[in-house]
Design a protein around this ligand. Structure first.
Ligand code: SF4
Length: 356
């Protein structure tokens, strides 16, 4: 779909449009009228760009279509969290979740349909890998919010939905530019977080970008044996190698730690986590396992999570306990998609294969 303007960076889209307009004898200033309608002040269809002549709008429709996903499901939690299920013209569906906390409107977006990495506590992992999303499909999750008269642009974007963003690096790399560029959505790099299980080659490429995007590592266990039992990727990219790359990022990284009773919440786990967090200067986010996300696993009780946080703080490590948002609306990663498929009689594949 390289012919879509929405798949291009704003600079490349302006260049492609400039050539196209020149061929039609249109004035160059039309580029400055058209590009903002892609992301800054988006239109659902070119027919809505009423500052352009009708004939040009028709030509834009034919040459540069603006595809949109269909909203297949939407659930609102009593805590205000909104979960969307988007279906793309190619037929696959992904989720995004909007979390409202005061003025902060954080949108959690998906980068792949399904996921190849098979983390045992994750609903998306149980689906197996379906496909990579194109840049426009990743950024459409933000664009659709901007187009919805009841909603608004998110202030923050986190790549924590379905899929491993660094497994789809080329598309995510471009999506990051679209999200951040002033001619794109203009969301500050410090308000965009890429969450990863730690794919070393793409992590190095992310570290090499000049913008200071935030990075969160899905850690979930700090000793290699426990981590490998939860996350097969540990066998391919050992934690020590991942932590070495994380030190190249100028901003403090965050370590995400989903707490699972009896699995990674023992005293020995706390000691290992303390060591990794202290040596990397990272922040730690402790999250209770979402109760519906992983059959056979139970969330660590709140008192034990609080004790873990206190243990980290006692060693000077900043630890935050995150609430599990949207508990009443299936807000665990991949869960809405699984439920919808079950209703439709589709059995999600299980594929724990780890690919690069
Ligand atoms: S936690 Fe992330 S990387 Fe692991 S299976 Fe789920 S979506 Fe994939």
């Amino acid at each position: 779909m390289s012919d879509l303007l929405l798949n291009l960076t704003p600079t490349a889209a302006a260049a492609a449009l400039g050539d196209w307009l020149r061929d039609r004898g249109e004035p160059a200033y039309r580029v400055r009228q058209i590009v903002p309608r892609l992301w800054q002040r988006p239109v659902a269809a070119w027919s809505e760009a009423t500052d352009l002549p009708v004939g040009l709008r028709r030509e834009l429709d034919a040459a540069w279509p603006l595809p949109r996903p269909v909203q297949r499901a939407r659930q609102t939690s009593h805590d205000g969290t909104i979960k969307f299920l988007w279906e793309f013209p190619a037929g696959d569906a992904v989720e995004s979740v909007l979390i409202l906390e005061g003025r902060r409107r954080t949108l959690c977006i998906s980068s792949q349909a399904g996921c190849a990495f098979g983390c045992v506590f994750c609903a998306t992992g149980r689906m197996g890998f379906v496909r990579h999303l194109a840049p426009w499909e990743i950024t459409a999750q933000v664009r659709e919010l901007a187009l919805d008269p009841e909603l608004n642009m998110p202030t923050n974007v986190v790549f924590m939905g379905m899929g491993e963003p660094l497994h789809n690096w080329d598309a995510v790399d471009r999506a990051l530019t679209i999200l951040n560029a002033p001619e794109g959505f203009g969301i500050g790099a410090r308000h965009i977080t890429v969450s990863t299980v730690g794919l070393v080659p793409a992590l190095e490429q992310l570290a090499a970008r000049r913008e200071q995007f935030r990075v969160a590592l899905s850690l979930h266990a700090a000793d290699p044996a426990t981590r490998r039992s939860l996350m097969p990727v540990e066998g391919k990219y050992p934690l020590a190698d991942v932590m070495a790359v994380l030190r190249q990022f100028p901003k403090r990284v965050t370590l995400e730690y989903v707490m699972i009773e009896g699995i990674n919440d023992r005293d020995s786990d706390l000691r290992e986590l303390t060591q990794v967090a202290r040596s990397s200067g990272a922040l730690v986010n402790l999250l209770p396992l979402h109760p519906g996300g992983a059959p056979g696993y139970r969330p660590t009780p709140p008192a034990r999570i609080a004790a873990f946080a206190a243990g980290l703080e006692a060693h000077g490590i900043s630890a935050t306990i995150r609430r599990s948002r949207g508990l009443d609306i299936s807000a665990a990663c991949g869960q809405l998609r699984l439920e919808t498929d079950e209703v439709r009689g589709v059995s999600p594949e299980v594929d724990a294969h780890v690919e690069e």
